[in-house]
Design a protein. Structure first.
Length: 294
């Protein structure tokens, strides 16, 4: 049995899977915003799952950050109370077994690579696009974290092939300017539309207006597709993954999968690109399932 834990800013979710990936148990609780209380909650959830099922399992945890390969401490987590702590070691002591911890976007990529939309593919680039954006890499069904532990942190590179209007136009929470995240996240999509004079307040409204033929919404979405194509072409030129899987709220926009394949080749070296860009299979459950597969 495999137990996965998804540690988020507002909720902690546990799932137990059998070796065929079938779900045996699932529970979600609110996240306590304090380190020791977070450990208590994860320990209690794992114990409850095992007591309910009458068996022990391996444990993997997905976090919105990474374990530094140098210090062994969590870094870059927006759940800031876990930063600076050896989360994997502390949980291993409490649970009496090894606990594997990985970035939640990498867990997403692993989930989709094992038995999701990218099943059977060797190199999977998994992208989560919501309020922010992030990505993870799975190679042969395993996380590729990299030597610095930041493999897949594509959203904090500059938007490729910027126009004069785009250059030096956004600020990112990471401290840099013009990060991919500031343009292609759901937040960035809405910001761009509103800067052009649009009045909708969220992405769903903009898409609805586009479907009704609104010129301003259509122009904003065309800009969005072009920026997404540039951002993914940059990955294809470097990694050339077998498949790209999209997750997060923005991934639910069907028009992406219709328009993007025609735009990608403009930016991929050689002018050819047939890399599949597909919607995820497991939705919000992908992260916790990927943690279980760690």
């Amino acid at each position: 049995m495999r137990i996965g834990v998804d540690l988020g800013g507002t909720k902690i979710e546990v799932v137990a899977l059998n070796d065929q990936g079938e779900e045996l148990f699932r529970k979600r609780v609110a996240t306590p915003r304090e380190y020791n209380s977070t450990l208590d909650t994860i320990e209690a959830l794992v114990n409850e799952a095992e007591a309910h099922l009458g068996q022990k399992g391996s444990v993997g945890v997905g976090i919105p950050g990474v374990i530094s390969p140098f210090s062994g401490l969590v870094k870059n987590a927006n759940s800031t109370w876990i930063n600076g702590h050896p989360l994997d070691i502390d949980l291993a002591k409490r649970l009496g077994r090894e606990v594997k911890v990985a970035n939640d976007a990498n867990c997403f990529a692993v989930s989709e690579a094992i038995d999701g939309a990218a099943a059977g593919k060797n190199m999977v680039f998994g992208v989560i696009i919501g309020t922010g954006c992030g990505a993870g890499i799975a190679i042969n069904g395993k996380v590729h974290g990299g030597g610095n532990g930041i493999g897949g942190e594509w959203g904090h590179n500059p938007l490729p092939w910027m126009t004069a209007e785009e250059f030096n136009s956004t600020n990112c929470f990471c401290g840099n300017r013009d990060c991919i995240e500031t343009f292609i996240s759901g937040t960035g999509f809405v910001r761009d539309y509103q800067l052009a004079g649009g009045r909708a307040t969220n992405g769903a409204e903009i898409v609805s207006l586009m479907q009704q033929g609104d010129a301003q919404a259509t122009a904003a979405f065309d800009r969005y597709i072009d920026r997404l194509a540039r951002s993914l072409a940059h990955v294809i030129n470097v990694l050339d993954p077998d498949i790209i899987v999209l997750g997060g709220g923005v991934s639910n926009i069907d028009a992406i999968y219709v328009l993007l394949p025609d735009v990608l080749p403009r930016y991929v070296l050689g002018g050819e690109c047939r890399t599949p860009v597909v919607q995820n299979m497991y939705g919000s459950a992908s992260g916790v399932r990927g943690a279980a597969w760690l």
